[in-house]
Ligand binder design. Structure first.
Ligand code: PEP
Length: 249
């Protein structure tokens, strides 16, 4: 972990029911969490309000997506204003499932991030390469291009946490090695230094996501440029998520 406050997010994706989420919230409420860690969970939209009203204030709430502009005639979308109305503090944008399954582009994601930040939400800005891009030696190019799309659109990096999530590691059980993750985090920090500012490069937290669990988190957390985690599958189990939160060294 670096010098910034450790940040751990749980991305529940499209999982859970009233029953299982009630149990997860109760497990999280009774978990012991290291005080010096920002902890955020992202339930599916339909359960956001329920979770906000039952979860300890120690843990902040994130959405998994938000609309690109003010709400209105956009069937099926959820606006940033609505998220703020229910007490949501963060939104995950640019997740690989939205890029590669839904087809969102770098530019569309950049605009969404800009809108959310302008309205006062924090943004967990995801980036990451596909397996074939890594194998073709394009990992840095892909990550830099995705970073540039955010940089070109957003007003400031103050409320941004970058999540480096190699697509081949998401939901596959194939976690990046601490060295693989550290290498990309350093490269992204260097990109920020050259293309945004040295201040933003040193202040912006870069978290890792992709098959993080209770057993591999400690080794990853030792890396100097890994400032936390974005956790999918393992965030659905309260006790394991707490282990990951508490892995900060
Ligand atoms: C994610 O979806 O952000 C993620 C990292 O998933 P998992 O931990 O399940 O690989």
């Amino acid at each position: 972990a670096g010098t910034g406050k450790f940040f751990v997010g749980g991305n529940w994706k499209c999982n859970g029911s009233k029953e299982s989420i009630t149990k997860l919230v109760s497990d999280l409420n009774s978990a012991t969490l290291e005080p010096d860690v920002d902890v955020v969970v992202a339930p599916p939209f339909v359960y956001l309000d329920m979770v906000k009203n039952s979860l300890t204030d120690r843990i902040e709430i994130s959405a998994q997506n938000s609309w690109i502009s003010k709400g209105g005639a956009f069937t099926g979308e959820i606006s940033v204003e609505q998220l703020k109305d229910i007490g949501c503090k963060w939104v995950i944008l640019g997740h690989s499932e939205r890029r590669h399954v839904i087809g969102e582009t770098d530019q569309f994601i950049g605009k969404k991030a800009a809108y959310a930040l302008n309205q006062g939400l924090g943004v967990i800005a995801c980036i990451g390469e596909l397996l074939e891009e890594r194998e073709a030696g394009k990992t840095f190019d892909v990550c830099f291009k995705q970073l540039k799309a955010y940089a070109d659109a957003i007003p400031s990096w103050d409320a941004v946490v970058i999540a480096y999530e190699p697509v081949w590691a998401i939901g596959t059980g194939k976690v990046a090695t601490p060295q693989q993750a550290q290498e990309v985090h350093v490269a992204c920090r260097d990109w920020l230094k050259k293309n945004v500012s040295p201040e933003v490069a040193s202040k912006t937290r870069i978290i890792y996501g992709g098959s993080v669990n209770g057993s591999n988190c400690a080794e990853l957390a030792k890396q100097e440029d890994i400032d936390g985690f974005l956790v999918g599958g393992a965030s659905l189990k309260g006790p394991e998520f707490a282990i990951i939160v508490n892995s900060v060294t």
